[in-house]
Design a protein around this ligand. Sequence first.
Ligand SMILES: *Cc1c(COP(=O)(O)O)cnc(C)c1O
Length: 431
Amino acid sequence: MSKLNLKKSRELFRKAKRIIPGGVNSPVRAFSAVGGNPLFIESAKGSKIYDVDGNEYIDYVQSWGPMIVGHANPKIINAIKKAADKGTSFGAPTPLEIELATMVRKVYPSMEVMRMVNSGTEATMSAIRAARGFTGRDKVVKFEGCYHGHADGLLVKAGSGLATFGVPTSAGVPKDYARNTITLPYNDLKAFRQICEKAGKNIACVIIEPVVGNSGCILPKPGYLEGLRKITKKHGIVLIFDEVMTGFRVSFGGAQKAFKIKPDMTCLGKVIGGGLPVGAYGGKKEIMRMISPDGPVYQAGTLSGNPLAMTAGIENLKILSKPDTYKKLMAKSAALEDALKNAAKRAGIKTKFYRAGTMFCTYFTDKEVYNFTDAANTNTVMFGKFFIRMLERGVNLAPSAFEAGFMSLAHTNSDIKKTAQAAYEVFKEIK
Ligand SMILES: *Cc1c(COP(=O)(O)O)cnc(C)c1O
């Protein structure tokens, strides 16, 4: 990254590495996959993010998804400030939790009853525990390249972070945990049907990213999600949609609304916190009734339903609920798609661009990408070059070929134009 002055970021990274593993509190932030030096961030506003050396970038990382209305939205920030004045945590219920849950259920009616937690990891971990408690079965089916947070049993062939580092599964996970996780290729209904016919009685649940955002952006083939719904119903298997990323991103009502599928349980995170740590899991009443103190499945959290986090989530959803918001978001996302596809065409480079609502990804390949193996076979070295050169031109993409990009309400036509021009120049350089 010769063209950027990153003096302070470099210095901070050296310091951070002495006290924090890899210098970062979440692995993909370290830029290992793209061979660079991570930016240390000073601030962000709207569509832009600013590093400690004073460089400005158009931001498509969006804190990995949550910042859908743009960074530091004044309505959200002011609401958080007001809430903070009243106290930051009570360890007792507040009206805010009911308000956010009610707002979420209105948009995700499949979540008849839900509980707030502090992260996506907690949401998926708890949903699986509930499904196991409800069915009295142990096995979980997941799909290659889908990431569901870092709970032990789910760190098997789990996409982005793990794919980025070439670690198929994590050390420190007892074989006995992983043994109950069955991993299948995404978009392969036949493989799923076969396993259900063989072992359906032992399978508690299927957890899936309905659109895979943790291997780039992989869309379900027509009929795939419908097939999963039908087969799970037949075998009494709980269908869990992990919409931690796709929720409020593929559409206002997530992938379940866009593809018209009603899962038994749903996990949310990222956007519902408006930039503060929030997750939620919920679903059918009879399943959620298993959760303590109503039922025998234990799940708790000292800071769950935190008033600042609930406030940020509520304000975020208020903005998203306005009539024109999604029209605007989708128009911006489509404009970026057109501009990037056009840039690739003009530059004469072979790429595949996929988009689901406000999530998108450019793969360097001339073949369609249907599953994790396809994504892994794309040209990640070329992606690394693309990433660094885009950054040098002031465009911040996720530092891995296996991550989605995100559009926000704050991105302007001028941002999109600049991004496409930068992409055109870079495509020409690297092809
Ligand atoms: C980000 C993500 C998670 C994990 O959420 P955290 O808040 O990072 O724990 C789980 N599932 C999906 C689909 C995600 O994208």
